[in-house]
Ligand binder design. Structure first.
Ligand code: CP3
Length: 360
């Protein structure tokens, strides 16, 4: 694994590095754009693959993961690719069973119920059990032939803890929040365990060829500002500083890091101190207000409401153009404010990507 650094793998030269330039605050040829869940069910060719293969089989089979990662790039003039996987592969690697039920989402048949269940988790060796993600990343770097950068990603500690305790998606996170209140020390233990594995996992992804990484704290939306600063902030900071330290020690070039804390628009100034290069915004945040909050040295990403992609092409073009003009051409990566949803018309994506590129 140590020898498997990106430098030694002879990857094809990058032709479009606008996403990386934007993340570093360098001038771009055009405003870069990609979309969360850009490989997904709104694409008929993705549905075809899913008819034949279970969701986690696609994640675990590099050829299939690469094929679906490639699908949106064949259709749209995107500026980045994101490796096909899921945030829930970490709980799986800890030994938990996770199933993906069509129309329902992820299901954990045996979620964590009490702190005694923490003893069943197996964080040691987890990153080795996730080597298939590294294999997919390396294969994908070759398949991309330098067309656009390849992003890696992970779930953040609180978001993963939520799924592990709730046993799936939850409208309230009531069980996970009860842990924070009633089992405070055990919650910290679990969050620390996750943060530590996340650093190992991101290090492995970078060594395998990930050129930028995004940390998804999607369930921040369930927390108050005070709770976010207590239960998310320290771990998110830890992940950024430890990954950077880990890579520096091995003379591996740092990659830009993005934090997407959905629903944490209340803490943008604080997020700007977490050690990330890019802050990804949901659609509730005003671009100009966000820039004021984070200052000039952070790149912003986002933030069109995914539901706006159900409007007419004319309306989508107008909304995307206004959005890009508000963010401006420096330190900006266009995206949605959350993942694209399954019924989105293909033409909406075409119009969105084109409008971003033509806005400035
Ligand atoms: O962005 C990409 O194209 C990369 C792939 C990606 C997936 N999941 C594939 C996926 C990424 C980055 C994720 C992240 C993820 N997974 C998050 C964080 C981002 C977010 O949406 O908040 C979360 C919370 C999960 C957990 C998860 N996976 C849920 C809640 C669901 C069900 C909801 C849904 O959209 O169905 C999934 C399933 C999932 N992950 C699908 C895809 C394409 C659809 C399932 C299928 O194909 O059957």
């Amino acid at each position: 694994l140590l020898l498997c650094t990106a430098i030694e793998q002879n990857f094809p030269a990058l032709k479009n590095d606008n996403v990386l330039k934007a993340a570093r605050g360098e001038p771009v040829d055009r405003v870069p754009v990609w979309v969360m869940r850009q490989a997904g069910r709104y694409l008929p060719e993705f549905q075809e693959v899913r008819k034949e293969h279970d969701f986690f089989t696609v994640c675990r089979t590099p050829e299939l993961a690469c094929e679906v990662t490639m699908q949106p790039l064949r259709r749209f003039d995107l500026d980045a690719s994101i490796i096909f996987s899921d945030i829930l592969v970490i709980p799986q690697a800890f030994g938990m069973t996770v199933e993906m039920h069509p129309g329902v989402g992820p299901v954990f048949p045996e979620p964590l119920q009490t702190p005694a269940d923490l003893a069943k988790l197996k964080p040691e060796g987890a990153v080795e059990r996730l080597s298939y993600v590294g294999d997919a990343i390396t294969m994908m770097r070759h398949m991309l032939d330098g067309k656009v950068p390849l992003l890696g990603f992970t779930g953040a500690p609180w978001t993963l803890m939520g799924y592990m305790i709730e046993g799936g998606g939850s409208k309230t996170m009531s069980k996970a929040k009860a842990w924070l209140k009633n089992y405070t020390d055990d919650s910290k233990k679990l969050l620390d365990m996750l943060a530590s594995s996340i650093v190992d996992y991101l290090e492995m992804q970078v060594k395998a060829g990930a050129q930028m990484v995004q940390v998804f704290e999607s369930s921040a939306e369930h927390l108050s500002k005070e709770e976010f600063l207590t239960w998310c902030a320290p771990y998110l900071k830890d992940i950024a500083s430890k990954l950077k330290q880990r890579l520096s020690e091995q003379n591996i070039p740092l990659v830009p890091m993005t934090i997407f804390a959905k629903g944490a628009g209340h803490s943008l100034a604080e997020q700007a101190t977490f050690g990330y290069d890019v802050i990804s915004l949901d659609w509730t945040v005003d671009p100009e207000e966000a820039r004021k909050q984070v200052g000039p040295n952070i790149t912003l990403q986002g933030n069109l409401d995914p539901q706006d992609l159900y409007k007419t092409p004319e309306e989508i073009r107008e909304l995307a153009t206004t959005m890009v003009r508000k963010f401006g051409k420096t330190r900006y990566i266009a995206n949605l404010g959350h993942g694209i949803t399954p019924q989105t018309p293909i033409v909406s994506m075409e119009v969105f990507v084109d409008a971003v590129h033509k806005a400035l």
